[in-house]
Design a protein around this ligand. Structure first.
Ligand SMILES: *Cc1c(COP(=O)(O)O)cnc(C)c1O
Length: 372
């Protein structure tokens, strides 16, 4: 029996490196309010993501919520989105006074673009797709539909930080792309978020929304929340950004080991990798043949101190708090996949022998042979 292997483990820089970074904060006593690290990280991320503008926030959810708010949609407007995501995506829409219209998904777990048009009504204002597990949505088709019907596109790119699609950083897609830098993500600022956008005007709107609309000591230009990233978060982000490439390389090795071990194993299907995407190896999803298999793997692994997660089960559309509140739509594929999906532990320092240990349990559980 090994020590607990959780689904993820936060990346951290060497402690000395972080301490060196935060020492100046004890000199300046400037802990937040767009300090030097906030400004430095925004500028580094603009370069890293190859985007015109990048606005840091306290967390990924606020980045998403404020990105949607910055579009000034009329209350009650409809937003087409996926139910196969973290609850944050759906909450961000609803908390803006908008109505989520759920669309089914494809085999790669992202929104089924062939079903979007039939969901568009005169009240539709936007599409909020998600690059699930770092699988990039059909961005070209989404762009075409958005152009044809004059809709905004807000990508929840929380899973896709650092990825490129057809040679272009994913941050460039849509009217805005939103990232989460939560402790559990590939790249973290402890808690944090980022909105990437194409204009200074959009950046200023986000700035006002994250800082009470305050432009100067005596000038408040609009109603805003407080969603600023503080200096300790930004310092963590600057350190972690230095190590990101190495972390992704290590994750890649872990994923390759998993795939070697699990390739061709009957009863599960591995994520289909697209040659157009340079991955960040954020997650290790496996799709089981049946719900019973999935639940057997889930509890069987837990009995051996391995803690996979059912991301994303249930669908956000089926969350207890939305029961019977939104239009009933056909989500057969999303519901089916949600019942069969399991995400295995994956982090940069997960050793090969641990991966082998996990895979051996899976193989034995799938063949029904008792694991001792
Ligand atoms: C993590 C995540 C979020 C929310 O980000 P936080 O930083 O935790 O607020 C939103 N959407 C998806 C798909 C996520 O995985």
């Amino acid at each position: 029996m090994t020590d607990k292997i959780l689904v993820t483990r936060s990346s951290m820089p060497p402690i000395e490196e972080y301490i060196e970074m935060i020492k100046p904060l004890w000199d300046s006593h400037w802990l937040t309010n767009m300090g030097m690290y906030h400004r430095e990280l925004e500028s580094r991320l603009r370069v890293f993501c190859q985007v015109e503008q990048a606005s840091l926030t306290a967390n990924g959810h606020m980045a998403l919520e404020l990105a949607i708010q910055s579009m000034n949609f009329p209350k009650g407007s409809e937003v087409i989105t996926t139910p196969f995501t973290f609850i944050s995506t759906t909450h961000a829409i609803i908390r803006n006074g908008l109505v989520p219209v759920f669309c089914d998904i494809r085999d790669d777990y992202t929104i089924d673009v062939s079903k979007i048009e039939s969901l568009i009504t005169e009240n539709t204002v936007a599409i909020v797709p998600v690059h699930v597990y770092g699988n990039i949505c059909d961005v070209e088709a989404i762009e075409k539909i958005a152009y044809k019907y004059d809709l905004k596109v807000i990508y929840d790119a929380a899973h896709a930080f650092g990825e490129t699609y057809k040679g272009k950083n994913v941050a460039a897609y849509g009217d805005v792309s939103v990232f989460s830098f939560h402790a559990t993500k590939v790249y973290n600022t402890i808690e944090g978020g980022l909105v990437c956008c194409h204009s200074k005007e959009q950046y200023d709107k986000l700035y006002n929304l994250k800082n009470f609309g305050i432009r100067s000591e005596e000038l408040v230009v609009s109603v805003g929340a407080n969603a600023k990233m503080n200096e300790f978060q930004a310092a963590m982000g600057i350190c972690n950004l230095r190590h990101l490439k190495g972390e992704i390389e290590k994750r890649k090795n872990v994923v390759e080991e998993y795939r070697r071990q699990l390739m061709g194993v009957k009863g599960i299907r591995l994520n289909v990798m697209s040659p157009d995407t340079e991955y960040n190896y954020a997650y290790m999803p496996v799709l089981c043949d049946s719900r019973e298999q999935r639940d057997r793997l889930y509890s069987g692994l837990r009995e051996h101190n391995v803690f996979p997660r059912k991301y994303f089960y249930p669908l956000t559309a089926d969350a207890a708090c939305f029961k019977n509140k939104y239009k009933e739509v056909e989500l057969s594929k999303a519901r089916d996949i949600s019942g069969r999906i399991l995400v295995l532990p994956l982090f940069a320092d997960l050793e090969n022998d641990k991966v082998e240990y996990i895979c051996n349990i899976i193989k034995r559980l799938l063949t029904g042979i008792e694991v001792l």
